[in-house]
Ligand binder design. Sequence first.
Ligand code: AMP
Length: 276
Amino acid sequence: MKIIRNPQDLQREPSKLTGFVPTMGALHEGHIALINQSKNECDHTVVSIFVNPKQFGPKEDFTKYPRPENRDLELCEKAGVDVVLLPDASSIYDGDSLTICVQGVTEMWEGVHRPGHFDGVATVVAILFNIVRPNIAYFGQKDYQQCAVIDRLVKGLHYDIQLKFVETIREPDGLALSSRNAYLTPEQRSTAPILYQTLFTTKKAIESTPDSTSKIAEYLIEAKDSLNKHGFDVDYFAFVDPTTLEPISRLTQIGRLIVAAKIGNTRLIDNISVVL
Ligand code: AMP
């Protein structure tokens, strides 16, 4: 496995089908699922590990974000990754002179609670795509709105890159794997699966009364109340169109439930599909 710190040293392999998995490290089975899918579908797999300062707000956890570099490299090696790109911020950004802003889908949900976050994501992903020039890029559905943003980015900039959005990997109790789960105290960790359980119960409720706008509105209120009672501080719990992410009031074909909530200082996000 090659470890490349300077993006200029990355040798592209135009004759090989290249799969790319961008990450911020602190790798877990969720990341490994993306890597495995790339390994299955491509000849050459590149993983980037870059804690992107541009996507963190001033009060967010950039400095305390976990950076277990040796462990991450071991996991990549074990997973059969061909190249790990480990750049520092100065080799990615030319000062602060460039920001790529995807409009529309970034202006709701995470975009409201994390101003500037998606500009940071779109900018780094656009730059990494130009460095790596992959044929296929892999992202996790756990960051559902991020998938929508990257989709618009690729279409808007006419990247010749196929996107694959991989299903969320969960703990046996339903909690979505996340590098930020490491922040949870044992007590918070035992509460955290309620987030997914609430998504699941609400999904089932909506699927049983897809036409009833009043009942669906009630289910959403009940879900928020229940999460608040369990000690979560809910940023949003919403039923949305799976493509535009605009709120919807009934289920005609497919919808998505999306949630963001804090337990203590740790902010968790999750989502689930709702199908007629
Ligand atoms: P991150 O390192 O958190 O930026 O995540 C890197 C990639 O892994 C993103 O595309 C995430 O959506 C994806 N990812 C994170 N957690 C999971 C999970 N539990 N299951 C599947 N993919 C995930």
